[in-house]
Write a protein that binds this ligand. Sequence first.
Ligand code: GCW
Length: 708
Amino acid sequence: MKRPGLMRALVALFALITATAAHAEDGYDLWLRYRPAPAAEAAPYRAALGEVVVEGRSPTLAIAGDELRRGLGGTLGAPAADAPPVILGTPGSSPRIAALRLPLQAAGAEGYLIRSVTVDGRPATVVAANSEAGVLYGAFHLLRLVQTRRPIARLDVAEAPKVKVRVLNHWDNLDRTVERGYAGFSLWDWHKLPDWKDSRYVDYARANASLGINGTVLNNVNAKADSLTAPYIEKAAALADTFRPYGIKVYLSARFSSPIEIGGLKTADPLDPTVRAFWKAKADEIYRAIPDFGGFLVKANSEGQPGPQDYGRSHADGANMLAEAVGPHGGIVMWRAFVYSNEQPEDRAKQAYNEFVPLDGRFAPNVIVQVKNGAIDFQPREPFHPLFGATPKTPLMLEVQITKEYLGFATHLAYLGPMYEETLDADTWRRGKGSTVARVVDGSLFGHRLTGMAGVANIGTDRNWSGSQFDQANWYVFGRMAWDPYLSSRDIAGEWARMTFSNDPRFLGPVVDMMMGSREAVVDYMTPLGLHHLMGTSHHYGPAPWVDDLGRADWTPVYYHRADAAGIGFDRTKTGSDAISQYAPRAAAELLADEKNLLWFRHVAWDRKVSSGRTLWDELVVRYTDGVRQVSQMRRTWAAMAPHVDAERHAEVAAFLAIQEQEAQWWRDACLAYFQTFSKRPLPAGYAPPAHPLAHYKALRFPYAPGI
Ligand code: GCW
């Protein structure tokens, strides 16, 4: 008996059940989901990519093979018997790969080739590299091509990282709290290490390796000396053992006063021979436990941390002492330039440059100075840091924040790719046009071989790792740009969205546009037109532009916005702090001409006309309001994406966008209510007044905001 109606209904029901089961997702799988591709989409890949053949034996090669089997199997199903094999290895591990005589020179120590070739007279795909880590990176690249549905006929991919040290900086404390962390607690279960190794360590390593991240600094730059004691070295070694096969080195933040705290010395003076001996012995001890230890990251003489200046010595003296200790083992020192002092009357934005430019040429060859993207502190927008390009003899690495300390924590959707890109693309003009920050970072501007990029991690124990689904994109884009700082943030957003959610163009178009505009929306509703550091005291949650009474002036918002009856903004031109003179003249001219930086560099009258033809005051109202409108638009965009996203992740993103909309409105209303007390001007016609009087916003308290 034929019952086509019933049959169809059953088929539909079955499809619904499998779809729901397949799509129950919480974000744990990140961009490595490997969900089945629809048959028609899978067909060309199934035909081209058969059995995975690993040539050679080693943990890393095995991992590469397993990942490919897992990824291709998940996406395409079991390999077709007649499909050409995928062969993995190095010329050293595989005679067949050696026989292909592939041009691997340019691949260097970590690059790879992916090629359609003929092996033993039959077609095959090879993933070949000089090193096993290179093979692993190549395997992830091949998976990415499949996951994002790129063509794979006649493959000819050649990749090598443009930056050498690609590290996450975890601001993780030993008690598992995370400074500026909004994704739960620290992944590192120090108490149970080294005996218990959480399986998440492996998934963490896989995710990083998939991006080419090759290092991790385990502990907070506001460091405890305990991290350098024998028990903690053993614990770090257990993590290093787990990460090693994934090409990831472990680094530690070093507290400068450790010789006193754990070494029994009276001083930490870097020129004192007993102090130098302490560090040498400490480095030797670490390298006995972790033979490929990466080195130290140091925050010194900054925000109360100890450092060489406590002894009248320079940052170079401090860095070089540690460099001498790790140098014989091949280690490096990443010395942070995030220094500023409250005792100095000088504009905080100028202090790092003033401190470090005179030291150019005085650092040991295995020291790299780590510089934040901007001169203040990870604001929604900052002009590029004036140190970039200003130290030709000293390699500089870029530090960006992946965690969103100043961009709404985990609940605000802000894709940071455009922000990283804006910094990397900025032209320092130090060696003529095209002297971009990217060229400082990749070492090509001044011919440095020690190069690096660091991202302050947004990773924690939350099931979704990063505090929200879309914050995973910031981890992703950091890794991709650290590998190649010339990649486009839009392309990376597309890649990520395909792998994390869907290859459907009806999803990708709106969602990639939404991501690309999202950071600018935050700028508009928090700190438009060059405003900065208006966030709530210490936790940095929400607006508090009125705060003027902290222990140090340079932590108060009023220090930065300088609103008064005449206008608003920080005069950093000649008539003010003259911070602008720290840039090359052409760069300075470009920065000053860009209205995005208006109030960063100038104190501007409320009635001055800006490019829109409006007065500054009206423009501020329009921008703040537009920021909120953009978030409302993001909510609508996302609501329409329900058919393309599993219910659990869709609901989480939708709920967070609702929070973001409320908080954007709060930002707008609180800032306008406050600035209006100076501008004394009405809101332009059609713009709603703040929902509450200023006193309401001023009275809000958040003693338990996360991340402190
Ligand atoms: O962004 C600021 C943070 C501090 C942080 C400091 C730094 C680790 O508010 O929490 O300390 O920068 O980068 O050292």
